[in-house]
Write a protein that binds this ligand. Structure first.
Ligand code: SF4
Ligand code: SF4
Length: 86
């Protein structure tokens, strides 16, 4: 994972556990459409999309709340929100 030169907060385990556990919708990336533009990384309000070597992106489902901002911002429509299966 690439470290940013600016301090960005990361979510932590709260009193009710991992925030990803109460997610109702789940973002899924279609990597065949992803152009590695990194907009989803920048706009995720929880900073739960990791930037990997080669500018691949990966969602940390332990903390993603399923807000859908990444799916809205993705210019390639590469992220779809699907119902979380519990
Ligand atoms: S916003 Fe979309 S195209 Fe850009 S890196 Fe994220 S998933 Fe890929
Ligand atoms: S659904 Fe929301 S919290 Fe989860 S990765 Fe996308 S923008 Fe971040």
């Amino acid at each position: 994972m690439i470290d940013y030169p600016v301090p960005l907060g990361r979510p932590k385990i709260g009193s009710s556990g991992l925030t990803g556990h109460w997610r109702l919708m789940r973002p899924e990336i279609d990597y065949s459409k992803c152009t590695k533009c990194r907009l989803c990384v920048i706009y995720c309000p929880e900073n739960t999309i990791d930037l990997l070597e080669g500018f691949d992106v990966r969602i940390d489902y332990d903390y993603c709340k399923g807000c859908g901002v990444c799916a809205q911002i993705c210019p390639q429509k590469a992220i779809q929100m699907v119902p979380e299966v519990k």
